[in-house]
Structure formats: C-alpha cells, structure tokens
Design a protein around this ligand. Structure first.
Ligand code: ADE
Ligand code: ZN
Length: 334
C-alpha cells in the first residue's frame, strides 16, 4: 500500500497520456502531427518550460467535449489512486480551451462529471483550481473569471501558470483582487524559472496562500526565512524540474536542504504524462535518489494535507493525517 498523500500541483491537461490523446483524436476527427504514440513520446524532450508548453498546448486540440474532459479526469484519478493520492487539488487552464472554441461550461461540467463522483469511484476527494495563463493579457484573465461565475460552486481557487519569465505576478493584481472578493482561494506559480522577486510579489500583491514550485526562493535567504516563519507551503515537482531543466539531475534537487531549512514542502507531479511520473513516482524518486528517510517522506505526506484547502472539511483532513501517522512503510516506497 502506498503512502497516503494529497496532490496539490497537478495540471489536468498535463495528465493526457499519448494513448488517450490518440483515442480522443480519433473520436473527434482531429489529426495529430505524429504518426503514433511512440513518435509522440519521442517529442517529450524539453529544453525548458516553453518547449514543453508548446507541445502541451498543441495536444489540447483533442479535448473537445464534456466526455473528453470526464475521461481525462477519470484516467488521472485512477492512476493517482493507485499511487496513494487521497485528495487532489486540480488545476485547469480554461483560456487554452476558450481560445479553441470550447466553452467554460464544457470544461467545468466535463471535469465535474468525474470529480463529483471521485470520492465514491476512486477514494479521492477533490478541489478545482482555475489557472490564468500569465502570457495572456490581464484583461483576458478578467474575462475568464467572469466566464467562470456560473460555476463558482465547483471552483475552490485561482492560480497562475504558463510562461513565467517576463510576466510578473503584479500584472494580475486586479483579477486576484476580484477572485478574493468572490471568496476564491489563491495560489500562483512563482520561482520556477522566474526570479525570487516573483515569489515575494505573489505573496504581497496577489495574496497567495501557497506558492507553486517556489524553487528559486533559495537565492534569497531573507525570503526563505519569511516562507519558514509564515508557514507558506511550496508545491514542489521534482521530476518536472529535471525534465524542464530547472535542476541538472534529480540528485542535485534541493528538496533535502529545503526540508532541513524548515520550509513547508510538498511533492507533486505537475504534468505527469509528460514528466515521467505520477505523485507516487515522485515520492519514490526522491526516496531512491535523494536518500530521503521514511520519516522525511511521512513529513512530506503530512505537509500535503496541512497545505491543502480542506478548511471546509477539517474532519476529513484529520482522518487523512491520522492515516499518514499510522502508515507502515514496506519494501517499496511510493
Ligand atoms: N502549465 C502546465 N505546467 C506548467 C508548469 N510546470 N509551469 C508553468 N505552467 C504550466
Ligand atoms: Zn505547474
């Protein structure tokens, strides 16, 4: 049995496996510029974030109907459940779909068909976080928030993703203020490729409660001290960092030093179909390669539930935390 964990940094569009991409392409009459799944997998060699994003957005062409989004989410939830995920806070990128003529309703209703039954079908509680694309305009983000208003009972929070450098958090001040006024929780990608100043800005200007990635905080000791003092969770994604060359190799990943510094780190998969592993695979990799002890892994699992947006269901959070404390490690760790 794998270690129980929450996944807090997961782009649902990044769970599109090549097999499902081809199945949906056939169903929707979409032609992909790859001969087969092997050829497509060969394209999974990335130089940086942008080179990944190009493929990530290209493959979204196969997602057209509610059923497509439902199938995508169910495929993720089944894989996540097998790797010990008990709670998932799932990002989606509506602007990438609206731009292709796929409506907000199609995306949210489709995802909800899977998420609404996830606790019964997969044993995973879920939350949905709508991300704004930071390489699109601030006006587009405001229009997107407007389009989401009929679905706010299904959306817990907002996030900020896509190409980071040159698109500082301050660009999205107005839409985050509007989201806060609507009672939405706030997170943002910061310090993945962008500088530590973007992390500070995400905290001070956008009012985020959690930082996605946040790796580059290490360049600013005062910022690290603040993140520790204010108990700001960081949603790290070790296999993603290797594939997008944010770190040279997994052995160079600063996760152990970050835990030693007292940072509230969590381990997540980001875009597992593209980066070689789901949540449990990331746990197994940091155990194997970084030599994290079982108690460190338990700390990461505990952190994932502490950092999750379960304030509306503290009973459930307490149950999950009790599962983490009672967990007995076996031979294989994941
Ligand atoms: N969109 C999907 N994955 C992302 C990542 N790792 N960083 C920024 N935007 C993303
Ligand atoms: Zn991400």
């Amino acid at each position: 049995m794998p270690l129980p964990k929450a996944e807090l940094h997961l782009h649902i569009e990044g769970t599109l496996e090549p097999e499902l991409a081809f199945e949906l392409a056939a169903r929707n009459g979409v032609t992909l510029p790859y001969a087969d799944t092997d050829t497509l997998r060969e394209a999974y060699r990335f130089e940086d974030l942008q080179s990944f994003l190009n493929l990530y957005y290209e493959l979204m062409a196969v997602l057209r109907t509610e059923r497509d989004f439902e199938d995508l989410a169910n495929a993720y939830l089944a894989r996540a459940a097998a790797q010990g995920v008990r709670h998932a806070e799932i990002f989606f990128d509506p602007q990438a779909h609206l731009a292709r003529g796929v409506s907000m309703g199609t995306v949210v209703e489709g995802l909800w068909r899977a998420l609404g039954r996830s606790a019964e079908n997969h044993g995973i509680s879920t939350r949905l976080i709508m991300c704004f694309l930071r390489d699109e305009s601030a006006e587009s983000a405001l229009t997107t928030l407007d389009a989401a208003k009929p679905y706010l009972d299904r959306i817990t929070g907002v996030g900020l993703d896509s190409a980071e450098v040159g698109h500082p958090p301050v660009k999205f001040r107005a839409v985050y203020e509007a989201a806060a006024a609507l009672g939405l929780r706030r997170v943002a990608h910061a310090g993945e490729e962008g500088p530590p100043e973007y992390i500070t800005e995400a905290l001070d200007v956008l009012g985020v409660e959690r930082v996605d990635h946040g790796l580059r905080c290490l360049e600013d000791p005062a910022l690290v001290e603040r993140l520790v003092r204010e108990r700001i969770p960081l949603t790290l994604c070790p296999l993603s960092n290797v594939r997008l060359r944010t770190v040279d190799t997994l052995a160079d990943h600063p996760l152990p030093a970050m835990l030693d510094a007292g940072l509230l780190c969590t381990v997540n998969s980001d875009d597992p179909a593209y980066f070689g592993g789901y949540a449990g695979d990331n746990f197994a990799a940091v155990h194997r390669t970084l030599g994290l002890t079982e108690e460190r892994l338990r700390e990461l699992a505990r952190n994932s539930f502490l950092a999750s947006f379960l304030e509306d269901d503290e009973e459930r959070r307490a149950r999950y935390l009790a599962e983490v404390e009672a967990y007995q490690f076996g031979d294989a760790v994941s």
